[in-house]
Design a protein around this ligand. Sequence first.
Ligand code: PLP
Length: 221
Amino acid sequence: MERKFPDRVEDLTCLFAEFGQLAAKYKAVDLAIGTPEQDPPQFLKDQLIEAVHTGPHQYHHPRGYPPLRESLAKHYSEYYKVLERDLDPQTEILATAGGVAGLYCSCMALLCEGDEIVSFEPFWPGFINIAKPAGATLKGVPLKMVKDTESKTISWEYDWDLLEETLSESTKMLMLINPQSPGGRVFTEEEIAKISEIIDRKCPNCYVLCDDVYDFLRTFC
Ligand SMILES: Cc1ncc(COP(=O)(O)O)c(C=O)c1O
């Protein structure tokens, strides 16, 4: 009997593995995946070793280790001052095993078959493999090239008209990656306000999923 994988995982590919192999074959520099030159900071390595020795090594609450959630709630309540309230570690913080697991759980919990996700393009390709199993279609809004004839320079801007055109009744989620991956650009306050204005007007029931996985990268620079 021939075994068939479910449609939701058919045709999933890992771009990083594919390009890694091609780079090795053609002796090219592999820019597909970011491989930092430096190790994690010493204090982090020391604390990981200490945790191995001291534990805890048991199952914990399904939402994540309570002291970790309390620390995260405290940190993000101060960090996101705009909230003007404290986050509740019991109901508003969930610890996952990394970014992919967090995105995967969010999409599985929030999306239904046929829903659309909209994201500025280029976006991190790992997201394709998260959208498909959740039954969603991913729609990109490519950056717009703007030429300045006077200074003879070009820049890449967000295309607000195209964002408006792409959002529809089927849009269930706007996926924001900030700082952008792979581009590295950080949204300005004005751009965030613009996105929020467009979403409120065109798709008020749409979720905005923010992947801020690189937010603290500067800590280690
Ligand atoms: C935007 C973005 N989100 C998530 C991830 C993966 O996060 P993690 O390694 O914590 O699962 C990456 C990794 O490249 C990424 O670029």
